[in-house]
Structure formats: C-alpha cells, structure tokens
Ligand binder design. Structure first.
Ligand SMILES: Nc1ncnc2c1ncn2[C@@H]1O[C@H](COP(=O)(O)OP(=O)(O)O)[C@@H](O)[C@H]1O
Ligand SMILES: [Mg+2]
Length: 310
C-alpha cells in the first residue's frame, strides 16, 4: 500500500540528508511504527508520504500511485493525518471539525451527520455531549480522540500519525493505545505511526522501523526487534529489559499447560501477558502459577520454564 524507494530529503541543496536513501514497504492493512532518537528523520519520512514535504530523490507510491504525480490537496483527502497538537480548528465545533473533509468531498448534510455520530461512537465519546462543544472545552485525551475521528472521517485507506498520544498522561495513553488497536481491528487501515516511545511501537506496530540519522537500521516485527536486535545501536535503543518487554507480546494462553496446579498456587488469567505472569511469580516467589479464567475455572498451570522457553 505504501512503498518508499531510495528516498532522500535534503532541506538545503548542499545540506545534510535528513532522510538518507530510505526504502520501506508498508503492506496493506498493517501498522508500521517509525521509531528512533529525536532528529533521526521520522517526521520528515512521514510527511513525504502525504507530500507535506517533497522528497529530493526517490519514489513514493501510495495505493499504486506515484505521490509526486497526484495533486497534493487531492492526495491528502485520501490520507488521514493525526498529530500530537491535534490541530483541531479552535473556532469550529467538534461536529464541524470532524465534518471538514466530508464537506470538502461534497457529502450531504444527512450523510455527514450520521458519519460524525458513528465516528464519535467508534472513538468512545458520547455524540449528544460532544457535537456542539469547542476544542478548548475538551480534555487532552478527548481532543486526541477527536483528532483520530476527524482523520477517519472520509474513511481514508491510509492513516499517518505523528506522536499521536505523546502529550497525554501515561495511564490515559495506554488506554487510548488499546482502544486504537481495537478500532484498527474494525476499520482496516494502512498506518504509519511515528513515535519515540518503544512501548507504544511494540503495542501498536505490526512492524517496527528503527531509524538512525535518516536511515532505517532494522525493519522487523516487534518480536524480532526485541529478540534479535540488528546491531549495537538497536540493542542499546531497545534497552537492557528487552527480554522482559518481549514477554509482553505473549499471553499466558501461549505458554500454559493443562496440568492441575498444586493447591494454594497464586493465580493468573489466561489473557494476562507473560510479562505480568513473570512479575506475579517474582512477587509470589514461586515458579508456577495456577491459570484461572474469569469464571473462576482452573484451566491449568504456567511454569517459569515455559515462560523462559517462549
Ligand atoms: N523544515 C526543515 N528545514 C530544515 N531542516 C529540517 C526541517 N525539518 C526537519 N529538519 C531537520 O531534519 C532532521 C530530521 O528531522 P525530523 O524528521 O523532524 O526528526 P524526528 O521526527 O525524527 O525527530 C533534523 O535534523 C531536523 O533539524
Ligand atoms: Mg518528529
């Protein structure tokens, strides 16, 4: 769906390459997280996809079309864009903000109204309360939800997100990330997400592209990045606790067996992550947990060896 081939961006003709001979393929319906230190070229890479920035060299194909051959305004109507500062129009109500692109596309009032209500529902906000409010009357988390709703309004196949949850407190951020994952299960989109938060990249990315000085140093699944960092830079970037972060990618279900646990063993839910399970083992000073589902039924046990073997 999105292909970048040998793309380079120099902001000054004789200046350094902010993006340096970068190639990237984002398959349809998947999410790629671009991550790396500040200034490594994440935002520049993303903004070339919707032509907010033009590449100096190379080719960018979105949905079988060379983006340099499409009218940029037209292009952006088919690419949703969410940024950290959200960029809601302050003098427009929430309803008007969400309706901005559908209006440009000439949708009827009735269609816009039902779409707006559907989108608010999708992002977990109550239409009757929200539609007439102005952006300043919303919390940071609510504004970010509106930003996502607005980007999805005309149902674009591609969504670009630049640090979308960056300004939100950690608890609300985790919740928004989980909800966004649910949303993506319902509306299949091809997503490029820029973040400097490794946990966010792991949680949301089907693939993670780790960038350094305008180049991608590793492009892989979260599991592969955490288990096999390509070089010392990636290893240092993902951190000393990468093995523990990796356990967050698996659930108890993935590693349990159906042996009846000994009475009195500490319990864990089958849907918990192995990271949580290991933390429970440490807290209980035990190398086996009883797996108990939400109805209270004992499903089996989880051993420390099984966690280590994942
Ligand atoms: N409009 C611009 N003019 C000149 N240099 C820029 C411009 N935008 C970004 N840069 C430079 O390009 C590099 C990459 O920036 P950016 O893509 O914003 O990084 P990131 O999003 O990874 O933090 C940085 O060195 C930055 O200073
Ligand atoms: Mg940036």
């Amino acid at each position: 769906m999105i292909t970048m081939e040998h793309v380079t961006k120099r902001f000054a003709a004789d200046g350094p390459a902010s993006v340096d001979d970068l190639s990237l393929v984002v398959p349809e319906g998947t999410t790629t997280a671009l991550i790396g230190p500040s200034g490594c070229g994440k935002t520049t890479t993303m903004r070339m996809i919707n032509r907010l920035i033009d590449p100096t060299e190379g080719k960018i194909i979105v949905n079988d079309e060379d983006v340099t051959k499409v009218d940029p305004v037209e292009l952006r109507r088919h690419i949703g864009y969410v940024i950290q500062q959200v960029g809601l129009f302050p003098h427009m109500t929430i309803a008007q903000n969400i309706a901005a692109v559908p209006k440009l596309l000439g949708w009827t009032e009735a269609k816009i109204k039902s779409r707006t209500e559907e989108l608010l529902d999708l992002v977990g906000l109550d239409p009757s309360e929200m539609l007439k409010r102005y952006p300043r009357q919303l919390s940071g988390g609510q504004r970010q939800r509106i930003g996502v709703a607005r980007a999805l309004a005309a149902d674009p196949p591609v969504l670009l997100m630049d640090e979308p949850f960056g300004a939100i407190d950690p608890i609300a951020r985790t919740r928004l990330q989980d909800e966004f994952r649910q949303i993506l299960r319902r509306v299949r989109k091809t997503v490029v997400l820029v973040t400097h938060d490794l946990d966010e990249a792991i949680r949301l990315g089907d693939r993670i592209a780790i960038m350094k000085s305008g180049k991608i140093v590793q492009y892989d699944t979260p599991d592969a990045v955490l288990s096999h960092p390509a070089d010392a830079f990636v290893e240092n970037f993902v951190g000393i606790d990468r093995a523990i972060k990796r356990l967050g990618l698996f659930t108890v279900n993935d590693a349990m067996n159906t042996t009846t646990p000994r009475p009195g063993a500490s319990t864990v839910a089958p849907t918990s992550s192995l990271r949580e399970a290991l933390a429970l083992m440490v807290a209980a000073n035990s190398d086996v947990l009883a797996v108990v589902d939400e109805s209270g039924a004992v499903k089996g046990q989880l051993t420390r060896d099984a966690i280590f073997a994942v």
